[in-house]
Design a protein around this ligand. Structure first.
Ligand code: F6P
Length: 553
């Protein structure tokens, strides 16, 4: 790392935004809405089946213009071209990041090292389709000839979070012939509790690992294999029941996989962007290939919008710019993802990896130390549950927490008045964040309840809600494969836009590697029959000693 700063904060564009921020000292969202009756419609963008209302943000037209100038200064348009055309944008690993090629229609051509990756993707999709068809048509069965009823997907990080999110999100589209289970954690509870729910004769195991080197995945795969053999399965049947999705075919075959059962992945797809590849096989098995292809089509529609729409009318660009605005000019440290849809309950988990693994960086592409904040902490959960948990801190806490509300206009379950109730809850939260409650309003409310003057003065400060808190609201007609695809692709591009402005490589994750490296040495110490050496610090040594003595028979 070079210790000179990146210079971004001294650019004219950054400085202009810093000065512009000062103008908001006395400017409130209430006032901005009062002064501009068209604000809501002007700050609304529709694309790829999604609608974004970003009017409840602490912005004016000038803010947007200044943010766009910053993005242009950072080369957003050329970096976007580089991304989409397959240039080696992942500079520390010397690779393209071509997740968009996984959902591009087959009549395009994108070359990586002279090979048309779109054609390769097409062949893999056809392979997936044949496999899904054979399993669902019961031509591909388990070793006793019984149809498969369960799929256990073993993988972690990007080989887990995206497919799990989409499987849950598309539950209304499950055909019901296959139950899908996910195992990720190296905590043995995960695999053991899952295996209790399935039978060896009717279970397919998908070992999902781009590198085929990930400890958690390989150890869980070994446990599953042994369980299969111990419960009636036999070596010759492994090929029927165990498949791999990986870019490392050699390691998968060394592990015992039949090469015919290995679906390819490619270096030019990052793990956290891989759900669109054969890593999505558990999704395809659960909802059918037609719906999987519709998911890809929805994501592609968002890619087209990202590529073509003007920056100020571009959904991912606007979301990315707003995130930079709060992160770097308002001191926001976190960003809440609040899906008001039970099917999207795993969206915050997936976006955490997507955004925080991508933009949790501290040097620029040239290796200069940044002197500004990069990726914020993403967190959140499903509404309305969160309203009875952490929303209090959003409304009355001391921190600024911008939030994304995500809600479909219609429900797959129009039971009683639930969807209107849900929608009202969602709107009430973004409105409460925006308007808050003034001291005068709190006093008037208490007076209307008939309280005496002393009680009013005592209670009113506790009832004040400062408001003026920004939020976005993302809507769609309904949760469908297409809209789910578009939604996830939207956040992928938002992540990229932020990374471009911060000038970081959003496609590597060297920090994660350190824990993996240290883990190997510590595991050796935990398991060694020799008296323990030192792991390097007395705290770790003490905990290793405790573990070893608890294990002693
Ligand atoms: O967490 C680090 C990471 O490398 C992620 O980027 C990746 O998605 C995950 O591990 C799993 O990796 P693999 O698919 O190679 O097992």
């Amino acid at each position: 790392m070079t210790d000179h700063s990146s210079g971004l904060t001294s650019t004219e564009q950054w400085q202009a935004l810093a000065r512009h921020r000062d103008r908001f000292r006395d400017l409130t969202l209430r006032q901005l809405f009062r002064e501009d009756p068209d604000r809501a419609s002007r700050y609304f963008i529709e694309a790829a089946g999604l609608g974004l209302d970003f009017s409840k943000n602490l912005i004016t037209d000038e803010t947007l213009a200044l943010l766009v100038e910053l993005a242009q200064r950072q080369g957003l348009e050329s970096r976007r071209r580089a991304l989409l055309s397959g240039q080696r944008v992942n500079c520390t690993e010397d690779r393209p990041a071509l997740h968009t090629a996984l959902r591009v229609p087959g009549n395009r051509e994108i070359l990586v090292d002279g090979v048309d990756v779109v054609a390769e993707v097409g062949r893999t999709l056809d392979h997936m389709a044949r496999f899904v068809d054979a399993v669902l048509g019961q031509r591909q069965t388990g070793f006793t000839g019984q149809a498969f009823t369960d799929v256990v997907s073993i993988g972690i990080g990007g080989s887990y979070l995206g497919p799990k999110l989409v499987t849950e999100a598309l539950q209304p589209y499950w055909h019901g012939a296959i139950r899908c289970h996910y195992v990720a954690n190296i905590d043995g509870t995960d695999i053991c509790e899952t295996l209790k729910q399935v039978r060896p004769e009717t279970t397919l195991f998908l070992i999902q690992s781009k590198s085929f080197r990930t400890q958690e995945t390989l150890e869980n795969a070994k446990v599953a294999r042994q369980w299969f053999l111990d419960n009636g399965g036999h070596e010759q049947a492994i090929g029927q029941h165990f498949l791999a999705v990986t870019a490392n075919t050699q390691a998968a075959t060394a592990f015992g996989m039949d090469p015919d059962n290995v679906f390819p992945m490619w270096d030019w797809v990052g793990g956290r962007y891989s759900l669109w590849s054969a890593i999505g096989l558990p999704v395809a098995l659960t909802v059918g290939m037609e719906h999987f292809r519709a998911l890809l089509a929805g994501a592609h529609a968002m890619d087209r919008h990202f590529e073509e729409a003007p920056l100020t009318r571009n959904l991912p660009v606007v979301l990315g710019l707003l995130s930079v605005w709060y992160n770097n000019f308002w001191g926001a440290e976190t960003h809440a993802i609040l899906p008001y849809d039970q099917y999207l309950r795993s969206l915050p988990d997936h976006l955490q990896q997507l955004d925080m693994e991508s933009n949790g960086k501290r040097v620029t592409l040239d290796g200069c130390a940044v002197d500004y904040q990069t990726g914020p902490v993403l967190w959140g959960g499903v509404g309305s549950n969160g309203q009875h948990a952490y929303h209090q801190l959003i409304h009355q806490g001391t921190r600024l927490i911008p939030a994304d509300f995500i809600i479909p206009l219609t429900s797959h379950h129009p039971v009683a008045n639930h969807h209107a109730d849900l929608f009202a809850n969602c709107l009430s939260q973004s409105r409460a964040m925006m308007t808050g409650k003034t001291l005068d309003e709190a006093r008037a409310e208490l007076a209307a309840e008939g309280l005496d003057e002393a009680s009013i003065e005592r209670l009113a400060p506790h009832k004040v809600v400062p408001g003026n808190k920004p939020s976005n609201t993302l809507i769609m007609d309904r949760l469908t494969p297409e809209t789910v695809g578009a939604l996830i692709a939207l956040y992928e591009h938002r992540t990229f836009v932020q990374g471009v402005i911060w000038d970081v490589n959003s496609f590597d994750q060297w920090g994660v590697e350190l824990g993996k490296q240290l883990g190997k040495g510590i595991l050796a110490q935990l398991e060694s029959p020799e008296p323990p050496g030192s792991a390097g610090d007395t705290s770790t040594d003490q905990l290793i000693a405790r573990f070893r003595s608890a294990r002693r028979p």
